[in-house]
Design a protein around this ligand. Structure first.
Ligand SMILES: *Cc1c(COP(=O)(O)O)cnc(C)c1O
Length: 393
């Protein structure tokens, strides 16, 4: 029997130029965690997002870790983090033995709620930093968030891992905070197989990132170290892939937006389906198209994921909120109502939460990510839509 053609959630899409940049690296023997592709990729990324300085790193997670180091994080420091996100947003807080405090999402964009953020500041007026993610490429309400953080004089790290190419009020996501980070992991809107970038308006911060990423070697001929460093630098081969991909970023964004628009139109007449909301003040890259299903619908997210899976079509749940992760079960979590004091059931799965509390729990409970692959054909899209629509008949 023939295997059904696999349709991916979000897989790498290569174009050819990537290999030319890699070939150049081989031809000149720059096969190292430095070289002309690394320098050029930093420059080209910085120009693309409109910021003066960038440091190319081995992963987005490494970039978040270094951002925290640059801000001067110490053991025991409180760091606020988006709650509804991938664990990489907040894991680096714990690498430094600091304490994450999670802030709920708001319905309008699914991102950090300015109201909940205010509540967190009431209990903790002096966190060391705030890490804000732009979920699935939809920009957060950065004006409100930056204003609140400014009032408290707290630096903002912007996790734009999913939001390269997204803008808010005409400016690129990742350029609002003190430090911004991007990811080029295999499933992101452009990929280098793995990699990340740290950006900032402050040259000394970006220099510090590169310094820490290359084992923190002091300027001396002999190997001298006054600080602990890391091996977090991007390789010249990987940067070559990035340079080739960056040439096609706008094209990827356009395709992802068209995928979102197609789903939105296709499900417009089904009252039980809501697509993930857009920020009217921004323009999302629509990295992943997501939907939620009305609580009173007979269809559950698991049924949709199972039906797609049966046809070899990839989908996945919404990120499970951090406050429901066993590893973060002891961390404080703030919603718009204030500190969350419910008993937490960290084993809860999609669709099982009878009384979701706060916004993120509800989105997780009723939502899923639809296949959003750049290579989806017209027939692929029609097939996905037919399967989903079929369940709601
Ligand atoms: C992918 C991702 C990261 C981590 O990036 P890596 O390059 O995989 O380390 C961080 N935050 C969010 C929100 C992500 O989706």
């Amino acid at each position: 029997m023939m295997e059904k053609k696999k349709i991916y959630l979000s897989s790498p899409t290569m174009h050819g130029e990537e290999q030319q940049f890699i070939q150049e690296a081989f031809d000149t023997n720059w096969v190292a965690p430095l070289g002309p592709n690394v320098n050029a990729f930093e420059k080209e990324m910085a120009e693309y997002v409109g910021i003066p300085y960038a440091s190319a790193l081995s992963a987005g997670t490494a970039a978040i870790h270094l951002a925290l180091k640059i801000i001067g994080i110490q053991p025991g420091d409180i760091v606020f983090s988006t709650d509804l996100t991938f664990a990489a947003t907040c894991n680096p807080i714990t690498y430094e033995k600091a304490v994450p405090v999670f802030v709920d999402s708001e319905k309008d964009t699914w991102n950090m709620s300015p109201e909940a953020l205010k509540k967190a500041f009431e209990k903790y007026p002096n966190p060391k930093a705030v890490v804000v993610a732009h979920l699935y490429g939809t920009p957060a309400k950065m004006d409100e968030i930056m204003q609140i953080c400014k009032e408290h004089n707290v630096p903002v790290i912007e996790d734009a891992a999913e939001a390269l190419g997204s803008t808010y009020k005409g400016r690129h996501a990742g350029t609002f905070g003190d430090i911004g980070i991007y990811s080029f992991n295999g499933n992101k809107i452009i990929t280098t197989s793995g990699g990340g970038m740290l950006v900032s308006r402050r040259e000394e911060d970006v220099k510090k990132a590169t310094f820490l990423a290359t084992q923190a070697r002091d300027t001396a001929r002999h190997y001298q170290h006054s600080q602990i460093g890391y091996n977090y630098r991007m390789s010249n081969i990987v940067a070559g892939i990035g340079r080739g991909q960056l040439l096609h970023l706008d094209e990827h964004v356009a395709i992802k937006r068209a995928i979102y628009a197609q789903y939105k139109e296709a499900f417009a007449d089904i009252d039980a389906i809501m697509m993930n909301p857009m920020n009217p003040d921004g323009s999302a890259n629509n990295w992943l198209s997501c939907m939620t299903i009305a609580a009173d619908s007979k269809v559950t997210p698991n049924q949709v994921m199972d039906a797609l899976d049966a046809e070899n079509i990839e989908s996945r749940p919404i990120w499970k909120p951090m406050h429901l992760q066993p590893v973060f079960a002891e961390c404080d979590f703030f919603t718009d109502e204030g500190l969350y004091t419910q008993r937490r059931n960290c084993d809860i799965a999609v669709g099982e939460n009878k009384q979701p509390y706060g916004v993120g729990e509800d989105i997780f409970n009723r939502g899923l990510c639809l296949p959003s692959d750049i290579k989806n054909t017209k027939e692929d899209m029609e097939k996905i839509i037919r399967i989903v629509r079929g369940l709601f008949k």
